[in-house]
Design a protein around this ligand. Sequence first.
Ligand SMILES: Cc1ncc(COP(=O)(O)O)c(C=O)c1O
Length: 417
Amino acid sequence: MYNNPVMPKIPEFLSFFAHSRTPSLSDLEPNACHEAWENYCQHSGRDNGIDLSISNATRVGLPGIFPDKDRMIEAVISAYEASPQGLYQTRDAISRYYTPFGATPNPDDIQLFASTSEAIGALIKLVCQPGDEVITFNPTYPLLDCLCSLESVELREVALQDCAGEWAIDFWALEQTSSPKTRAIIVVSPNNPTGHCIRKTEFDKLVTFCDRRGLLLIIDEVFAGYRLDNDPELVTQPAASYAKSGLVVSLSGLSKVCGLPQHKLGWGVFGGSPDIVREAMQRLSFITDSTLSVSGWIQRITPYLLAHHDDFSTPCNDRLRINLETLSSVAKRPDTIWTVTHICGGWSACIRLPGWAGDDEAYACELATLGIRVFPGSFFGFRPTHPTLVLSLIVAPELFAAGLNRLSDFLRVALKR
Ligand SMILES: Cc1ncc(COP(=O)(O)O)c(C=O)c1O
């Protein structure tokens, strides 16, 4: 009976997944670039390929931060204290982490999460009903789209203005895109992958824009400790501390601050009108109390990890600068017909191909068959008129230089075809 081949197919509307928030199985297939890279690795041996897209800080030879054994044991065996906001000692350590950047937020205005991504989901729950809208500026981090669709809200995108290689927020386009269904704006600063950091004037305008419309402003600052431009007009972290009105949340976490994505700790610093912040924190505790997802031991060990974040962030910052210099020097070669866009911070760089170059995914796939892995800009929302290849700047410098030379040789030929 169960194997009867003539059993009628279940109609679509009766399927187990007809109402799932997950994409269809065909959309979950690996993309062509990934397949080309996997194919190269299987047939040529991974050693010959150079992955210029890697963003996993634990796999690029940077120093890790390792607490001593006694400290770890103490963190693991400590009695459990259920706290929807997160342990005070952890929030206090996060507050002190910010002091060298010029602000020491009140630990009471800090909320812990299991990751920055989880924080975005929780903040959307805080202000949105299914069917509402959230706005972001693209090109940007593609996970925002998934996080919004998992909360049943629509992510609407406003193109960042490309002003002769500098990125800026287009407030006219923002006004046009915002609707009565808009509930929040998410800005990634430094942006992944453009490296755009919001300017103080842009931030003030955004806070006013959001406050007037009752919108939550989320600033994803996971890369804020990796500034590559010392322009004093750029906002320093945590931006939320400087907001005088509305509701603003600055997000960050151990995954980039300490290069420890596996330990799962993120946080939000809340700022704006004190009464709105208080209400937001109270409502949020209803959400976080329902899962209490941050593990006890990571909360206890985080003060140590943050006190030692320099052990990772300093060599990481040095590496970003070395790789950026290598990239700039290759871009200056007389036979190079691509450019590097200006980067204010973050872990990636964008190679802008000439506008007539066409589909950047096709270049990335062809490069993968030659053993060089890069991300096509279209994955991040670069338009077809702006073909772009995205490179990670945390790759070991010798590998980065070798990979870039191969990439540059390829483009010299490919762009003349
Ligand atoms: C801009 C941005 N935000 C958030 C994250 C994810 O951070 P977490 O590991 O804390 O979820 C990433 C990861 O690459 C990212 O690029």
